[in-house]
Design a protein around this ligand. Structure first.
Ligand code: BTN
Length: 243
């Protein structure tokens, strides 16, 4: 599968640019929108994604997952998390996926995913898959003990273009797996790579803290946590893992 790649020196956000390109009718096949720097990178919720110029991967992948029903849209998120972890593991960097889609190296966040879906009838018309992955940045002044990168972990400097090309390949492989209906494999692999799996962890539901054990994620992306009340499922934003 060949993809289009559009590269920019600077953008406010690759996700925003991807949306603009789609609405101007310029996108016909799957396309990567890549930038060296974002002036106003978007994170989950109201968060910003901050990344030093030319140090890390900042990209949005426009795809057309018409085969995926809205109910199962989290499968796309799982596939993308797995693709990023495939990339890190191929560089012998152990990583974990913190539900729903943070990529942790050594328990510190190194990557984030922001997927924006456009829905038509019951399926995904197109998706903008925004990925920020820290590669060569060593210092994170705002989050010194909470953020990491490939370089911070290994001490090596990476060729950004090479890593980007590898990530694109990993993404395409996982997308094909999803398209071919291999959701059971995706579920199993995502489950196995989850941060905190089968360990006692502390959670907050916004009003109280409680102890639970992550047992996995179901096919629609809800977190399954064993608590004193039995097995409970939570949707995104309903609980936070305190670690
Ligand atoms: C998160 O909060 O964990 C998600 C972060 C997603 C950041 C990436 S960087 C490339 C793409 N463009 C954006 O504006 N955001 C995403």
């Amino acid at each position: 599968m060949e993809s289009n790649v559009i590269t920019y020196g600077e953008l406010d956000s690759t996700n925003r640019e991807a949306a603009t390109l789609i609405s101007s009718g310029l996108i016909t096949g799957d396309t990567f929108v890549v930038a060296d720097y974002q002036g106003n990178g978007r994170g989950q919720g109201n968060n910003h994604w901050v990344s030093d110029r030319g140090m890390n991967l900042l990209m949005s992948w426009i795809v057309f997952p018409a085969f995926l029903s809205v109910k199962f849209q989290f499968q796309l998120s799982k596939a993308v998390s797995l693709a990023i972890s495939d990339l890190l593991e191929s560089h012998t960097i152990p990583c974990k996926i913190k539900w729903p889609n943070d990529i942790l190296i050594n328990s510190m966040k190194a990557g984030g995913i922001l997927i924006e879906n456009s829905i038509m009838e019951n399926t995904l018309k197109h998706s903008i898959i925004g990925i920020g992955l820290n590669i060569n940045q060593r210092n994170f002044p705002r989050f010194p003990y909470q953020a990491s990168s490939m370089c911070k972990e290994t001490g090596k400097t990476y060729d950004l273009t090479e890593v980007r090309t590898m990530l694109m390949t990993c993404l395409r492989v996982r997308f094909e797996q999803l398209k071919n209906g291999k959701t059971k494999d995706i579920d199993r692999e995502y489950g196995a790579r989850m941060f905190g799996l089968n360990e006692e962890s502390k959670f907050s539901d916004g009003t109280a803290e409680f102890i639970g054990i992550i047992r996995g994620v179901n096919e629609i992306g809800e977190l399954q946590v064993e608590t004193v009340k039995g097995m409970q499922t939570f949707v995104f934003h309903e609980i936070t893992l305190i670690y």
